[in-house]
Design a protein around this ligand. Structure first.
Ligand code: ATP
Length: 334
């Protein structure tokens, strides 16, 4: 379940100062001996949808919670909408929309009551009924939030995240638990927010979500950014080189090549049987998932090792909770 935390205050009344929405340099954060974030640099431009990808424990949530002002960093420079989240006040907070991964509250209120209640925290809220429509909850407007399904609750969280008309919206794994149709309509909603000028920083484990939504994506592994680019360019051209696979005397062979046609022609001349076919011939262009798995050091099943690929990292360790992951600063509580 997810909860959106309100960001009351007096801001949100106009565009913030120029410059990137998020600018992070040399960010570090440890929990005891565990380095969760180990020197992250990234910049999110205003008006873009930026995805942060990475395996469990890579440091995504820690990074995002620092950007949201919910966690303190050990080192590095951070600017979010031009301010340092550690010292920024209510006006800054009201310019953010935050949709966290876990928690629930206000279970006895109906959807409409809760969205209207959150709208009162902001100086220039969206119309609550329009927001409820936009997230596809019109039918559930009079339902108590405790009676919503997981996917419906997630949509409600998004409604609460956008009702304040944020300049920057953080979405932490927003479509977990959605059915395929709900995901598609949620993606359309996120795109329409971008068209309204909202900057969106999204963490997701769904690569198709990043491919459909993100203008750019960063892949984080063991607390560092290992790639940052448009989803269809992540990993660089070498990572997208097609792989030709075939059987040679019953032995499986493969080769990455920039000229698959020439390779297939030479294989055909050498190995084609009486039917004119090369046994087991396939030409495969690596998908975003293949590229991602290589970047995080987990080659896809059946993938061919690429000498240019990053070395395999130590496995990401399990979370060691030390209390609530996301706390709402006093000043942001209703
Ligand atoms: N409150 C905490 N106390 C101690 N260690 C923590 C805490 N929060 C996170 N960690 C550790 O820091 C590392 C990074 O965790 P983080 O939650 O930032 O990763 P993540 O990339 O968001 O993972 P996931 O995809 O599972 O949400 C992990 O090793 C995790 O166990």
């Amino acid at each position: 379940m997810t909860t959106t935390h309100p960001s009351p205050g007096s801001g949100g009344t106009g565009p913030g100062p120029g410059g990137p929405a998020v600018d992070v340099r040399g960010l570090r954060k440890s929990y005891g001996a565990k380095r969760a974030v180990d020197g992250i640099d990234l910049r999110v431009e205003r008006g873009e949808i930026f995805a942060v990808l990475g395996p469990n424990g890579a440091g995504k949530t820690t990074t995002v919670e620092i950007l949201e002002g919910f966690r303190h960093r050990d080192a590095g420079e951070v600017r979010v909408l031009g301010e340092d989240p550690q010292t920024a006040g209510r006006a800054w907070r009201s310019r953010l929309g935050v949709v966290l991964q876990d928690s629930r509250d206000q279970a006895e209120l109906t959807v409409a009551e809760l969205v209207r209640h959150f709208a009162t925290f902001y100086p220039r809220p969206r119309d609550p009924d329009e927001v409820i429509d936009a997230v596809g909850l019109r039918e559930k407007a009079r339902t108590r939030t405790r009676q919503l399904s997981g996917g419906q609750r997630r949509r409600l969280d998004v409604a609460l995240g956008i009702v304040g008309r944020p300049e920057l919206l953080f979405l932490d794994e927003p479509t977990t638990g959605f059915d395929p149709q709900a995901r598609r309509s949620f993606w359309a909603l996120v795109r329409s927010l971008r068209e309204d000028g909202t900057t969106i920083l999204l963490t997701t484990h769904y690569l198709d979500e990043a491919a459909h939504l993100a203008d750019r994506a960063a892949v984080v592994r063991a607390g560092r950014v290992v790639a940052l680019d448009a989803p269809d360019r992540l990993g660089g051209p070498a990572a997208r080189r097609p792989v030709v696979r075939w059987l040679d005397g019953g032995v499986r062979r493969s080769e990455r090549t920039d000229s698959p046609t020439a390779l297939v022609a030479s294989l055909a001349a050498r190995l084609a049987g009486p039917d004119g076919e090369v046994p087991g011939l396939e030409v495969v262009r690596p998908s975003l998932e293949d590229v991602y798995l290589e970047l995080i050091g987990e080659p896809a099943a059946g993938a061919d090792p690429d000498p240019a690929a990053p070395t395999r990292p130590a496995p990401a360790d399990a979370r060691t909770p030390d209390g609530p992951r996301a706390v709402v600063p006093e000043e942001a509580r209703p």
